[in-house]
Design a protein around this ligand. Structure first.
Ligand SMILES: Nc1nc2c(c(=O)[nH]1)N[C@H]1C(S)=C(S)[C@@H](COP(=O)(O)OP(=O)(O)OC[C@H]3O[C@@H](n4cnc5c(=O)[nH]c(N)nc54)[C@H](O)[C@@H]3O)O[C@H]1N2
Ligand SMILES: Nc1nc2c(c(=O)[nH]1)N[C@H]1C(S)=C(S)[C@@H](COP(=O)(O)OP(=O)(O)OC[C@H]3O[C@@H](n4cnc5c(=O)[nH]c(N)nc54)[C@H](O)[C@@H]3O)O[C@H]1N2
Ligand SMILES: [Mo]
Length: 763
């Protein structure tokens, strides 16, 4: 059993109010909520200027999600959504965390606050240092900070004792410099948020299609006959995606949604970009809702595959695209034969859905060819996540629904540049061909031993095999699983360093010494020796484009991420073959180096200046699968869930509320689920509540069970909800303490934070 060491958010309840669940997402309420956040944090005048520039071709990229912007027409008001506006408000806030703030608030005192309160304190204005044994952070000069880190790094027994994390907001330019610094220092320990996010998608797609990214473009949504949205809540997490789904519907396409929850945004929405549609009944999006049990997706997809096979055998050529299969794929027979190992009745139990509904879905798949399948964390954070995604690919391959207009794979990324960071080399196991090119261009020998991913980094710090943690953005303690274990891991470190815009819990759960290095956000101007710089990012569909800050930096003492890396490299690397100071004097020089090393970036500086940017090459989009081991698109054999629940046990998924951005808590409401002013809630099926003798708003403790180990999270209110039996939902980071460090996805090693086995104890 673990106890709270302030690494977890406090157990205090905040005063819940329940509301009716809205019938429609977005609309006037969303606009109002966006403007309220903007007004509170930034003031209306600055706020409107910000929104005007958000996601416009010469503006800045929204730090919210990675959903792409339209290639052509952009919304007349602004290409933004409620949650994008909240993300911008959060970053551009007037509130400041100054040296005086740190002098008057000890670390211990701050760690007792909720994440919401910590975040609201504001933007960090100066580099800050917590020396060993001290209670308060104190101001430090940039030079001293760099020297201090350099000294610690250079006194390690091996470069592999340092860990360099990245969160997915880091620009291409910063990410490229960062990985170059880390590899010149001598390690591949480059874990990133992607390890906890779409790593399973990358693994599954690389194996089956030869590229770890999705294949569709935004325009494909205008042409699709059928879009299937699995394990994703776009109304909250990718609101602009609803516009694309609306286009699919306007053009006669159909939408199937597969989710344990009837997420409001997917059912009906009102286009935020079109004021004429803010009133009225909105647009119905989902045609068929399959309310799957948590982790029942492989079972569901297998039933669909079995039904497709059955029909094809009964009526040859009525289902499969034989020409595509013959020319482009490998492994069909093995996949089809394996289906015989499963009976529909067995599989049905795992899905919790009626066969009738699954047959309806199968008909839609059989009768259409232009099919897009979209997914996010509902598929990627389970033990068999890679199986989930490979099974999706099986369906698309049978139909030949890939590499053609209106069809393909659409893993919807989270952080706004998480995909770009990978392209730039942020990965603990980059290919030799990438590393060879890096060595050639910069005349050094990069390390080849694979580094630690997130989970292995935590274990290494826990076991004291790693002694320095450096975070380029993010909030490691709150984003990672097994909070108390991870807290011990971080506290074992000699030094923890965070490059951050805002104060977060990771600054407060620290190593023996700790540093906060404050950096510019997306919305701010970045001035270097040669003048104002822009940066570039890659969205979820492989479009690379520029982002230009528009606001004055909120403090004179903050640096850009590239400048921080250059300062650190100059201090640390005595004989570097890289002229770091020159590279950051003009980011064009960084882009020239990226162009020299990474395929697809030809004429980078020129094309980055084109309005709207440019598409990176994508072999799957071109119907070319030569990068796989067989040289073809691979059918695969996949395993359904092997979760076994004992009596009185439940599966818990940890999800996002409408008022949070990962570990940043914008507010305490989850308007679309009818719960206001409280985050410590557990959503339960009413029949399960009955069998557990629980009533609405009863106070419970949650106990997770894994491998004979128990973990506890105290003080949650029970909410009766439309969720399948034996399934429950809580929010992260509150419930992260229950996610065991050893409970991970096969192959991708992603924490299984959507399948936590729990029991529920009434207080
Ligand atoms: N406003 C806002 N925007 C965000 C973020 C944010 O926190 N706030 N986070 C960003 C990031 S980093 C990411 S990765 C994305 C996350 O975007 P999402 O993946 O949409 O986020 P989650 O809240 O984790 O939602 C998971 C969804 O999957 C469903 N689900 C859970 N388990 C299963 C399952 O076993 N099967 C199926 N079929 N469905 C399941 C849940 O009911 C829920 O609807 O959003 C990005 N955008
Ligand atoms: N249980 C559970 N855990 C999860 C998930 C889940 O669904 N369930 N989802 C996982 C997923 S998908 C992800 S992506 C991770 C997210 O993990 P992270 O990326 O580590 O977490 P964030 O909350 O996005 O990081 C927020 C912090 O980033 C800093 N920041 C913001 N903008 C910038 C910037 O421009 N530059 C720099 N340097 N810093 C900046 C701010 O200080 C802010 O406090 O969490 C994972 N954890
Ligand atoms: Mo993510």
């Amino acid at each position: 059993m673990s106890k709270n060491t302030n690494a977890q958010p406090p157990e205090k309840l905040t005063g819940i109010k329940l509301r009716e669940i809205p019938k429609s997402a977005v609309g006037v309420k969303a606009i109002k909520s966006a403007l309220t956040h903007i007004n509170d944090e930034v003031g209306l005048v600055n706020g409107i200027q910000l929104l005007k520039n958000l996601n416009q071709k010469d503006g800045f990229d929204c730090p919210g999600c990675a959903w792409p912007d339209p290639d052509e027409k952009r919304a007349f008001l602004a290409e933004y959504c409620e949650n994008g506006a909240k993300a911008v408000a959060e970053e551009a806030t007037k509130n400041k965390v100054s040296p005086l703030f740190f002098a008057t608030h000890s670390v211990k005192e701050l760690a007792k606050l909720s994440d919401y309160e910590i975040g609201k304190s504001g933007r960090i204005t100066h580099p800050m240092y917590l020396s060993e044994g001290k209670d308060n952070y104190e101001e430090i000069s940039w030079e001293d900070a760099f020297q201090l880190i350099a000294k610690e790094l250079n006194s390690l027994n091996s470069p592999d004792e340092a860990i360099f994390y990245t969160s997915g907001r880091t620009s291409n330019e910063a990410a490229f410099l960062y990985q170059l610094f880390v590899r010149q220092f001598g390690t591949n320990n480059l874990p990133d948020c992607s390890n906890m996010c779409h790593e399973s998608s990358g693994a599954a797609l690389s194996e089956t299609l030869g590229i770890g990214k999705g294949s569709v473009t935004l325009n494909d949504f205008n042409h699709a006959d059928l879009v299937i949205v699995v394990g994703q809540n776009p109304g909250t997490n990718h609101p602009r995606m609803l516009t694309a789904l609306g286009e699919t519907k306007n053009n006669g396409g159909k939408i199937i949604t597969i989710n344990p929850l009837p997420e409001v945004g997917l059912l009906n929405y009102k286009d935020p970009q079109n004021p004429l549609k803010w009133v009225g009944s909105g647009q119905d999006l989902t045609d068929l809702f399959l309310q799957v049990k948590i982790n029942g997706d492989v079972a569901l997809l297998k039933i669909i595959l079995k039904l497709m096979k059955e029909r094809e055998y009964a009526e040859p050529n009525s289902v499969f695209n034989h020409q595509f299969i013959n020319e482009k794929t490998a492994g069909l027979d093995d996949m089809l034969n394996d289906l015989d190992n499963y009976s529909i009745s067995e599989l049905l139990q795992q899905t919790g859905i009626s066969l009738e509904k699954i047959k309806q879905a199968t008909e839609l798949i059989i009768n259409n060819e232009k099919i897009i399948i979209c997914w996010a964390m509902g598929l990627t954070q389970h033990k068999n996540s890679v199986d989930n995604i490979r099974e999706i690919v099986n369906i698309l391959l049978l139909k030949g629904s890939i590499g053609k207009k209106g069809a393909g794979t659409c893993p919807v990324r989270g952080h706004s540049n998480v995909q770009g960071d990978r392209t730039m080399g942020i990965w603990e196991k980059m290919s030799d061909s990438f590393l060879d090119k890096l060595d050639n261009e910069f005349n050094f020998k990069s390390p080849r031993k694979h580094g630690f991913d997130v989970v292995n980094s935590i274990k290494a710090m826990y076991q004291k095999k790693a002694k320095i943690f450096f975070g380029m953005g993010g909030n490691f303690i709150s984003a990672t699983p097994d909070t108390e274990y991870t807290a011990k891991a971080l506290k074992n470190c000699n030094l923890t360093v965070h490059v951050s815009t805002k104060l977060n819990r990771s600054h407060l759960i620290h190593g023996k010494k700790a540093l906060i290095l404050p950096c510019l956000g997306r919305s701010e101007k970045d001035l270097q020796v040669s003048g104002e710089q822009f940066v570039t990012v890659e969205n979820s569909m492989g479009v690379v484009h520029q982002s230009n800050g528009v606001l004055e930096p909120h403090s004179k003492k903050i640096l850009s991420e590239p400048a921080i890396i250059a300062g650190l490299a100059n201090a640390t690397l005595k004989e570097s073959t890289v002229n770091w100071t020159e590279l950051i004097s003009n980011y064009d020089y960084i882009r020239n180096k990226i162009e020299a090393i990474i395929p697809g970036f030809e004429n980078y500086n020129k094309r980055a200046r084109q309005k709207g940017g440019f598409y990176l090459p994508n072999n799957a989009r071109e119907n070319n699968f030569s990068p796989t081991t067989t040289g073809k698109a691979n059918f695969t054999i996949n395993q359904p869930s092997d979760l076994k629940l004992k009596d009185n046990q439940f599966i818990m998924m940890t999800i996002r509320s409408h008022d949070q951005y990962n570990t940043t808590i914008y507010g305490l409401n989850d308007r679309y689920r009818g719960v206001l002013n409280e985050r410590r809630v557990i959503y339960m099926n009413p029949e399960d509540m009955k069998s557990q003798q629980l009533k609405q708003l009863d106070l419970v403790d949650l106990i997770s069970h894994f491998d004979g180990e128990k973990r506890i999270a105290k003080g949650f209110l029970v909410i009766s909800y439309d969720i399948p039996k034996q399934c429950t939902a809580t929010y992260f980071p509150e419930a992260n303490v229950l996610v065991p460090i050893k409970s991970v996805a096969k192959i991708s090693n992603t924490p299984a934070s959507k399948t936590v086995i729990i029991s529920i104890e009434k207080r």
